[in-house]
Design a protein around this ligand. Structure first.
Ligand SMILES: [Zn+2]
Length: 94
């Protein structure tokens, strides 16, 4: 299996939050909506983060398998949501 494919399957691990990290607002997800997952973090962790797109907007979805909760950041422009996702990966936002 090519290295790129393997990396895509597992996804990256999020860095631990830095002391000065931005605290994101997490909402209960709305009911039925068609969502496309663009990118996701590694599923070996209890909490996974997904960059999602729907109806021309994007957001980050957080799934906590221990607490069995799903939360989303506010829907926004894809460029902004990508930035938030990157910040989460680097431990600069949660
Ligand atoms: Zn992993």
């Amino acid at each position: 299996m090519p290295a790129g494919e393997l990396a895509e399957f597992h996804g990256p691990h999020v860095a631990p939050p830095t002391p000065e990290h931005v605290k994101l607002t997490w909402h209960q997800p709305p009911r039925a909506s068609r969502i496309r997952v663009i990118f996701h973090t590694c599923e070996c962790r209890e909490t996974t983060y997904e960059l999602c797109a729907t109806a021309g907007q994007s957001f980050v979805r957080r799934t906590d398998r221990t607490e069995q909760t799903v939360r989303e950041t506010p829907w926004t422009l894809t460029a902004i949501a990508r930035h938030v996702f990157e910040q989460i990966l680097r431990g600069k936002a949660r």
